[in-house]
Design a protein around this ligand. Structure first.
Ligand code: FMN
Length: 302
C-alpha cells in the first residue's frame, strides 16, 4: 500500500492517521492480538488516554449510551495517575511501532505544569496533548473554553518543554477559533479538535432519570461529524499551526473531507470501538481513493 508520510510538528509519521485519546487501549489490544498488533498497528501516531496527577476511578456506571449515530460516554478519565503511567504504561507504549503522544489533564495550572514537566523528561514521548476540557478549580472556567484562560495556561507551560504541545480544543466553547488563536499566540505547536459534545440520555424505563451515572456525558461518532468539520474548517482559517481533525470519521472519504477543510492530520475515535482495525482501513482508503484525487498529499509535510 502506498503511504503518504507527513511531518507533524517536526515529528515524522508514516501517514496522517492518529487515534483519538481514550478510544483505543493499545496495551489491552496487545494482550488480545499479541505481536500482530505491532505488525499491523492501525495508527501512524499513538495518543495515550488522558492521564492526571492522581489516580482516578472514573465516573459511576453506566458509562456508555448508544445513540442512533454514535454514543455518549461518561467514562470520567479513569487512569493510574502520573506515577502509575510512567512506571506501568509508558514502557509498554514505547514498544509501539509509531511515535507516542501523551495526553494530560490537570485541575489547575500547577497540576498541568507538573504533568508536562514529568512527561517531557521522557525520551519515549514525542508529543504532548493538553486536554483542556475540564474546569480550572481555581477559576471555575473550563480551561479550553476561554481564550484568555487558554493563553495564560500556555504561557505557563511553554517554557517547561521543547516537545511539541498540542492543545485539544473543546467544542463546548463559544468561539473555538478564538481559543485556537490564543493557544497559537501563546506558543502551542498544534491544535486538535473536536473533543466530545455535552449530551444526555434518559433511562429507557421512562422514569425520567438520566441513564448515565454522571448525569451527562460526551457525544461522539458520526452524529458529531458535521459539527466537527465546520469547527475544523473555521479553526484552520484562524491559525497557521497544524490542525488535527476528528469527530465521527469512519471512512477514507470522511478523513479526506477533514484534510480538505484544512486539517494536517486526522484522528479516529468511536469507529475503533466497532472495528479495532478501523484506523488502518481509513488510512488505506484515504491513500488509495481520495488523497491523490484531491491533491491532499502534494505538499507531503506540514
Ligand atoms: C469512550 C471515549 C473516551 C474518550 N476519552 C478521552 C480522553 O481520555 N481524552 C480526550 O482528550 N478525549 C477523549 N475522548 C474524545 C475522543 O478522543 C474524540 O475527541 C471524540 O470522541 C471525537 O472523535 P470520534 O467521534 O471519532 O470519537 C474520548 C471519547 C470516547 C468515545
Amino acid at each position: 500500500m502506498t503511504r503518504h508520510p507527513v511531518t507533524l510538528c517536526g515529528v515524522e509519521l508514516q501517514g496522517p492517521v492518529l487515534n483519538g485519546s481514550g478510544t483505543f487501549d493499545a496495551i489491552a489490544a496487545r494482550r488480545a492480538f499479541g505481536d500482530e498488533l505491532l505488525e499491523k498497528f492501525p495508527f501512524d501516531c499513538f495518543v495515550s488516554k488522558t492521564i492526571t496527577i492522581a489516580p482516578r476511578q472514573g465516573n459511576p456506571p453506566p458509562r456508555l449510551w448508544e445513540t442512533p449515530a454514535g454514543m455518549i460516554n461518561s467514562i470520567g478519565l479513569p487512569n493510574k495517575g502520573l506515577n502509575g503511567f510512567l512506571a506501568g504504561d509508558l514502557p509498554q507504549l514505547a514498544e509501539l511501532p509509531v511515535p507516542l503522544c501523551v495526553s494530560v489533564m490537570g485541575f489547575s495550572h500547577d497540576e498541568l505544569a507538573q504533568l508536562v514537566a514529568a512527561v517531557s523528561s521522557r525520551d519515549e514521548v514525542a508529543l504532548i496533548e493538553l486536554n483542556v476540557s475540564c474546569p480550572n478549580v481555581e477559576t471555575g472556567t473550563i480551561m479550553g473554553a476561554d481564550p484568555s484562560e487558554t493563553a495564560r495556561l500556555l504561557e505557563r507551560l511553554r517554557p517547561l518543554t521543547e516537545k511539541p504541545l498540542i492543545v485539544k480544543l473543546t467544542p463546548n466553547a463559544t468561539d473555538p477559533p478564538a481559543v485556537a488563536k490564543a493557544a497559537e499566540e501563546a506558543g502551542a505547536d498544534a491544535v486538535s479538535l473536536i473533543n466530545t459534545l455535552r449530551g444526555m440520555a434518559l433511562h429507557p424505563d421512562g422514569s425520567g432519570r438520566p441513564w448515565l451515572g454522571a448525569g451527562t456525558g460526551g457525544v461522539s461518532g458520526p452524529a458529531v461529524r458535521a459539527i466537527a468539520l465546520a469547527q475544523v474548517a473555521s479553526v484552520s482559517q484562524a491559525v497557521a499551526i497544524p490542525v488535527i481533525g476528528m469527530g465521527g470519521i469512519e471512512s477514507g472519504r470522511d478523513a479526506a473531507d477533514f484534510l480538505s477543510a484544512g486539517a494536517s492530520a486526522i484522528a479516529v475515535g468511536t469507529a475503533s470501538f466497532r472495528d479495532p482495525a478501523a484506523g488502518s482501513r481509513i488510512g488505506a482508503e484515504l491513500a488509495a481513493d481520495f488523497g491523490q484525487e484531491r491533491g491532499l498529499f502534494a505538499a507531503g509535510a506540514h
